[in-house]
Structure formats: C-alpha cells, structure tokens
Design a protein around this ligand. Structure first.
Ligand code: FE2
Length: 358
C-alpha cells in the first residue's frame, strides 16, 4: 500500500528574507498574500508568509535565529524549495506507509488545532534536503494552525495551478529516485527522455517523469548526462551542493495574457534564440493562438501526438543558478516540451558560459 495523495497542498521555500521575497512573488507573479506566521502569532523562531493564486499556495519562510537548522539549510543551498506538501485523508497512515516502504522519517505525526479546527501533519525526506509533508486538514477553515489571516491583494496573472515540479538529482541517481517515488508514494513512471532526446552539441541530461494515478501530481526527475561540457543539471547540483527542486511549472489557460502581464511586471524570462520562430511552425503546425503575438511575446511552442503546449521559463529567481519558474498552457499535449529542449538549451548554455560554468 502507498499513500493516496489528493493534491499538492503547498510548496514551501526557505528564503533569506521572507518579507522581501513575499513582496517579489506578489508584485512579479500576481499572488495574493493570505496569511502570516511569526513572533506576533507566537512563533518566535521563524516567519512565514503564505501566498495564493487560484489553486497555487506558496509559503515563504525565513529563520530568525542563527542556530535554527533552516539557517544552515540557507547557508548550504541559498533560497529554494525546502518542502512539497501533499493533502491526504490520513497523515499518520500516509507517514506509516511511506516509512514502511523505506522513506526516511523527518517529523512524526502531530496534531495542532485552534478555533478553526484541527490539522495533523507528518513529514518524510526526499532527494537532497527537500521534504514532503502530509497534511490532513479534516475540514480546517484557515490555511494551517499557527497562521493568522493577513491579506494583501495582488493583481492576478492568470496562473491557475501547479502543473509539475522538477527535481534535479545527482549523476546516476535518477533511477533510484524514480523507484523511490513509486515505492513510497505510489507515483509511477509516466514518461522518460534520454540524452539523445535532450542534448546539444555540448551538454545533456536524462529525465523521467513520475506521476500520481490521476496525473494531478507530476514530478519530472532530471540527472546530468555526459557531454563535451558541463550539463545544466550539474551546474545546479554544484550551486545547490546537492539535489534539489529545479523548477515549478505554473499553469495558465491564457498564456498570451499571462506572459504579457508577467513581462509588464518585470519578470525576467530566458531569451528565445534568434531564428526560433522561423522554424517552429514547420514543426508545430496550426494553433488557435495568434502566431504573431506568440512571437512578439517570445513564447515557446511544442506539439506531440495528442496536442500542443505553449511554455516559457524564467531566468533563475535568485543569484545562484538554481530555482526558476515555468509558465505553461496545455492544449491537448500532456508532455513537457521536448521539441523546445534543444532550442532552449543553447540559450541556457550561453548563460552558463557567461557565469563561467560551462
Ligand atoms: Fe517543466
């Protein structure tokens, strides 16, 4: 038996300055701030701001003390994702099943409550220093116990839910983590890409996607592959010191409006190589959206046998070349933009070279 994961409840980031990070994600990506936890609410060690846009919940957390383990986490990895939380019906049961299947325990089940209800949580470790928390809400009427409502409205950019979350793992570790997700959390192998699919003249990676049975949760897992120069996955591992979350793909139903709004907000996207739009339509064929607007907004397009998708990737969102965000609109396609990998990797490599990491 493996736990039944209902949805991604939230993604938590460890950041050096949660107050400023919350401002950045609100103003750049259009999230609302909905809740806060900190010394004023009885939590003396850490502050957390909760941001929401439609079904996407992000928690930005900073340690307040030098001897907090999260301070060490930040020193080692810099700002990044420290936890991906799942909603489950029974957190103690999910924890028991996952640990019985070999997952390392991080926090044993504990129940906390306030006037709004009771929530039970427990956590296990995954790759790198990332964890998975099981959240059993039991009808709880706020975000989570310990948080108080503290609302600041953002201007939404049309982002609706988390489409997928990508983990970068060390060389030759991908297969181990693919099996780990299957065994401990019931996320089965969905699709694989080898280094012939994802390579340029210089560098390469391999990727396997694991997914929940209903495909609501999709986790691509990347590992570096041999190339003439350093894989972008190895650059990430070097900067992060270990495996970690590479990107969060956020879904929109109208990527033209979303990218226009995000660009107007100052979000910094990876440049699309010159010549991309001269070749793309031969590969992709007809799409509903206006081709000139796709080109003017520098959005990427790909097609597979079930449909097409539109996507775009930000540059890293902190100074280390680690975490970034993808914006994606699916029009029948359930894949991840394989046709764009090569076009985009050349851009990524140019940026790696500028950082002296190629
Ligand atoms: Fe992606």
């Amino acid at each position: 038996m493996t736990p039944v994961l209902k949805r991604i409840h939230h993604v938590e980031f460890a950041v050096g300055n949660a107050k400023q990070a919350a401002f950045f994600y609100r103003t750049a990506f259009g999230f609302d701030q909905i809740a806060y936890r900190g010394p004023e609410t009885g939590c003396r060690e850490r502050v957390s701001y909760v941001l929401r846009q439609a079904d996407i919940f992000l928690v930005l957390t900073s340690p307040l003390r030098h001897d907090d383990s999260l301070s060490v986490w930040l020193m080692l990895h810099g700002d990044g994702v420290c936890d991906i939380a799942f909603e489950v019906d029974d957190a103690a049961d999910a924890f028991a099943q996952a640990t019985a299947a070999g997952a390392a325990a991080l926090r044993a089940p504990a129940t906390r409550g306030d006037a709004l209800g009771e929530v039970t949580t427990a956590a296990i470790r995954t790759y790198g220093e990332v964890s998975h928390t099981f959240v059993q809400r039991g009808g709880y009427r706020g975000f989570l116990p310990g948080f108080e409502k503290r609302e600041i409205k953002g201007t939404p950019t049309g982002l609706t839910c988390i489409d997928h979350i990508v983990g970068n793992v060390e060389d030759r570790q991908m297969e181990r983590w693919v099996q780990w997700y299957d065994r401990t959390l019931g996320l089965g192998r969905f699709v694989s890409y080898d280094d012939k699919d994802i390579s340029t003249e210089f560098s390469a990676l391999r990727s396997t996607v694991v997914a929940s049975p209903d495909r609501a949760i999709k986790f691509p897992l990347n590992e570096p592959a041999e190339g003439r120069k350093k894989s972008q996955i190895q650059e990430y591992i070097d900067a992060n010191l270990t495996a970690g979350v590479q990107h969060l793909a956020l879904k929109t139903d109208d990527i033209l409006s979303s990218i226009a709004a995000l660009r107007a907000n100052g979000v910094d996207f990876l440049p699309v190589p010159a010549g991309y739009y001269e070749r793309v339509w031969d590969r992709v064929g007809a799409v509903k959206e206006d081709r000139d607007r796709i080109r003017d907004l520098r959005i990427l397009v790909d097609r597979d046998d079930t449909g097409y998708l539109l996507q775009l990737f930000t540059r890293p969102l902190q100074d280390r070349p680690t975490f970034f965000i993808e914006i994606i609109q699916r029009c029948g396609s359930e894949s991840f933009g394989k046709g764009n990998f090569k076009a985009l990797f050349e851009t990524i490599e140019q940026e790696q070279a500028l950082r002296g990491n190629l």
